[in-house]
Design a protein around this ligand. Structure first.
Ligand code: COA
Length: 424
């Protein structure tokens, strides 16, 4: 038995943010029914295509373990089928542009009338306010949520990060909200609306930068490299390069082979508790007792010198050798892993964090499995559905359409090209 077995999700999501949420719910055992426009489907099916004719990796990697029904929600019969789905499901998840669901005739008020127990979960770019009507994509959220202004180097422009904190980050937040609302429904019997704004989710993940914004009022941020470099602070949290976000100074340092390999680097933290071991490893035993180096606050204006000296040592070792030497000494380090190295790491396949999935159109591909491990509800990753692959079985088995009723729905053009025999 899976944790969310018996929970039906009406998955009205598209692109990345919503699909990452419903994919997690599917991995936890929910029956996720993805509603897609007949003949078109989720736009990502045909975005960044690598194998002609096959669903893209963009789509397959975000829609595992789901069923797909083609349904035109603007057609009268399509609205009837959608109403039946709302009656049957526990949760409706959507991330359309603001107002799109209302324009379809399915406002939150209407949805509650149809099924008072349903939980409706929505992602929008912004919460209520002056930007509420904007369409928003990943990088816009990273910028509006405070992440971009605090990412990058001091002398360069703001930077977005490769981790999709706006889309997948918001999907994670929404998933938590849905499970919490399901938990509350156990006691109240009522559904509720769960809303996540991408700006809010990014800001939540950039929380420590708002911490620093307030600390600025009380003096310079001494753990930032610019403090040691004598560069004055402005009135907003600056970009901090690769400085650690916590109180322990850290940097990315070159390792052996860095001249050819763009990822021959390690992250190196000079945690106060490990300082003496760092000094021994880099053959600077005098720094253990020397005034100006022995105590953490004294070191803050010498970080460039200290990290340059450590780098002279890391440049003589591969990033994995640095790990092997420092880990047993409790010196926190971490290799910069490329996506190629991650894709080849059999240890990640052994834990299910990386998976190999077979697909009828594209053959085998790699994906990230469920990053949350439940001991009583292990996730099994199944391939994403083809467009409308389950239309027939959802109409008959989930919604109970049979005989003439089924023929009427199929004949209406609301559900794509379906064979009645398949449904029967
Ligand atoms: N049948 C009929 N019509 C359907 C349908 C279906 N099954 N599914 C979607 N549609 C319609 C919608 O009703 C909408 O019609 P309308 O504009 O007449 O109201 C239309 O398709 C387009 O939907 P929309 O959400 O506006 O898509 P878009 O491609 O223009 O915008 C986003 C994409 C992502 C920018 C937008 O959906 C958005 O801002 N979403 C919220 C934030 C978000 O999640 N962003 C990150 C995405 S990774």
């Amino acid at each position: 038995m899976k944790a969310l077995e018996g929970i039906k999700i009406l998955d009205f999501t598209h692109v990345q943010s919503g699909p990452t949420c419903t994919q997690l719910l599917a991995w936890f055992g929910a029956d996720v029914i993805k509603v897609e426009r007949p003949g078109v489907g989720d736009a990502t099916r045909k975005q960044l295509v690598d194998v002609p004719g096959a669903d893209s990796l963009y789509f397959t990697m975000l829609n595992h373990n789901k069923r797909s029904i083609e349904l035109d929600s603007k057609n009268a019969t399509g609205k009837e089928v959608l109403t039946r789905l709302i009656e049957e499901c526990d949760v409706l998840v959507e991330n359309f542009a603001p107002g799109a669901l209302d324009r379809m005739g399915f406002s939150w008020e209407r949805i509650q009338q149809i099924n008072p127990r349903i939980i409706m979960a929505s992602i929008k770019g912004f919460g209520p306010g002056k930007y509420a009507d904007c369409k928003v994509y990943e990088n816009v959220a990273q910028c509006a949520g405070g992440s971009a202004s605090t990412t990058g180097f001091l002398d360069g422009p703001p930077l977005v990060t490769g981790a999709q904190i706006g889309d997948s980050g918001t999907g994670l937040h929404l998933c938590l909200g849905i499970v919490t609302a399901l938990f509350q429904r156990e006691k109240t019997g009522r559904g509720q609306k769960v809303s996540c704004a991408m700006q809010d989710s990014v800001l939540n993940l950039a929380r420590v930068k708002l911490r620093d914004q307030q600390r600025l009022q009380h003096g310079p941020l001494k753990e930032y490299s610019q403090y040691g470099e004598g560069i004055p602070f402005g009135d907003a949290t600056p970009r901090a390069g690769n400085d650690s976000g916590g109180g322990q100074p850290g940097r990315i340092l070159k390792c052996k082979g860095w001249e050819q390999d763009p990822n021959a680097y390690t992250y190196f933290i000079i945690q106060a508790a490990a300082w003496e071991k760092v000094c021994d490893v880099i053959d600077k035993p005098e720094w253990k007792t020397q005034a100006g180096y022995a105590k953490p606050p004294e070191r803050l204006d010498k970080l460039n010198e200290i990290f340059s000296t450590i780098e002279e040592w890391t440049k003589t070792k591969t990033k994995f050798e640095v790990m092997d030497i420092c880990n047993p000494l409790d010196i926190p380090v971490g290799p910069i892993l490329s996506m190629k190295e991650i894709a080849e790491d059999e240890g990640l396949y052994a834990t299910g964090t990386m998976v190999r999935v077979d697909h009828p159109e594209r053959g085998e591909y790699l994906s990230v499995g469920c990053p949350v491990k439940l001991s009583d509800s292990p996730a099994e990753v199944r391939r994403s559905p083809l467009l409308g692959e389950h239309t027939a079985e959802i109409l008959s088995n989930v919604l109970g359409y049979r005989g003439d009723e089924l023929n009427r729905v199929i004949g209406s053009g609301a559900v794509g090209d379906v064979k009645a025999e398949a449904a029967e």
